[in-house]
Ligand binder design. Sequence first.
Ligand SMILES: O=C(CO)COP(=O)(O)O
Length: 229
Amino acid sequence: MIFAANFKMNHTRASTKAYLDALNQKLASKRSEDRVFIFPPSTALDHYDGDFTIGAQNAYPEKNGAFTGEIGLDQLDEFGIKTILIGHSERRDILGEDQALIAQKFSYFKSKGFEIIYCIGEALEVREEGEDTVMVHLLSQFKGIDLAYEKLIIAYEPIWAIGTGRSAKVEEIASTHSTLKKHFDRPLLYGGSVKPANIKEITAIEGVDGVLVGSASLEVESFTEMIFC
Ligand SMILES: O=C(CO)COP(=O)(O)O
């Protein structure tokens, strides 16, 4: 199983370090086949030792240059970061990233050999149109994305389940994952209100290879409870 923590705009450099120290101790007894990813805010990127992978929540698809407010390859290289999250709905919807920019980021970081966690997801009004419409929407978010990339992990995160406390139902996750998996042979994570109370039933679903967790990953006790569920 893959357990990925997306801190979003939470935690500081100091609190990330304290979190990772505590996480590291707990991970001493982790199942060797499980993988743990942490995506801290960019100000907390650093070299950290431990049985986990640190990734960037975002970066601009250039080495360096005149891109005010962004970080690029040079800033990630400084800390040996080789993992990136791309396509999160908050970046698509709040920061206005379109599919062309997302695909550009994908191609750039693929060319640099990054492991990419690529997010897709639909809004509630799309879900309400039914599974066929959901699929058309989700597949449109693969435009320009090489689904055969060997360092690709896909994360399905229905927007209506993110930060709402209301995860998608087991049947919805099972059916969406099984249809999505006809289109690629890569690990597929579920994200959206994953928490200790529902981790067992979500990770038991066929076609779920792991979880991408926001709110419930912010406390190290809660995140490790899920890893050891
Ligand atoms: O967006 C998410 C992870 O990327 C999910 O967030 P929540 O776990 O807070 O719903």
